[in-house]
Design a protein around this ligand. Structure first.
Ligand SMILES: CC(C)(COP(=O)(O)OP(=O)(O)OC[C@H]1O[C@@H](n2cnc3c(N)ncnc32)[C@H](O)[C@@H]1OP(=O)(O)O)[C@@H](O)C(=O)NCCC(=O)NCCS
Length: 163
């Protein structure tokens, strides 16, 4: 068993076979993710195992975004120019019901952060941002250092630090 990440490939990955217990997140993967990827709205990354590479264990979708300065904490606003902050949005993140609780959600989040840091080599990205679907999901992100924005309790951001 060797886990790997790949960009969603509609010809390869079994989207109908994925279920995470949240219909909106299953539906996104099955109906919208491919279209969004083709249109440049969001790119979906899947976690799979090389023993069954078509089976999606979990996924996250990423897109360019921005946060307004007033959404950041006062400390995080320091030294920033007076226009919106470039961001990478984790649009959706889900793990297959059968695979939850094995650390895959954390792996996906780590992958999302590493993708954002890679993007930052070629274009500005100051924070990651996520809209948590409920309070439990907000706590999942908060456990990894995401902070709640001043404006909306379920929108959280993670400063990507300085290089
Ligand atoms: C939330 C979710 C992605 C977590 O993935 P996972 O693989 O089960 O989580 P992990 O095994 O990596 O656990 C990571 C931590 O998150 C916690 N956690 C697990 N499921 C959680 C949930 N639904 N909400 C909040 N925290 C959760 C775990 O307790 C664990 O904390 P610990 O290390 O202190 O024990 C997964 O349960 C899921 O897909 N749920 C349905 C969709 C969803 O709620 N997505 C949230 C994004 S909006």
């Amino acid at each position: 068993m060797a886990l790997f990440f790949a960009v969603l490939d509609g010809r390869l990955h079994d989207r109908p076979g994925f279920s995470c217990g949240v219909p909106a997140l299953d539906d996104y993967l099955q109906r919208l993710a491919g279209q969004h990827q083709r249109e440049g709205i969001a790119t979906t990354h899947v976690l799979a195992d090389d023993a069954a590479p078509n089976r999606i264990l979990g996924y996250c979708s990423l897109a360019a975004a921005q946060l307004y300065l007033h959404e950041l904490s006062v400390g995080d606003r320091r030294r920033l120019p007076a226009y919106p902050v470039p961001a990478v949005r984790v649009g959706r993140l889900a793990v297959s019901t059968a695979e939850q609780g094995k650390g895959y959600g954390s792996l996906l989040l780590g992958h999302a952060v590493s993708q954002a840091l890679a993007v930052r080599q070629t274009m500005g990205a100051k924070v990651m941002v996520v809209d948590a679907k409920d309070e439990r999901a907000a706590r999942f992100y908060a456990a990894y250092g995401f902070q709640r924005t001043a404006e909306a309790a379920r929108t959280l951001y993670l400063p990507l630090g300085r290089v």
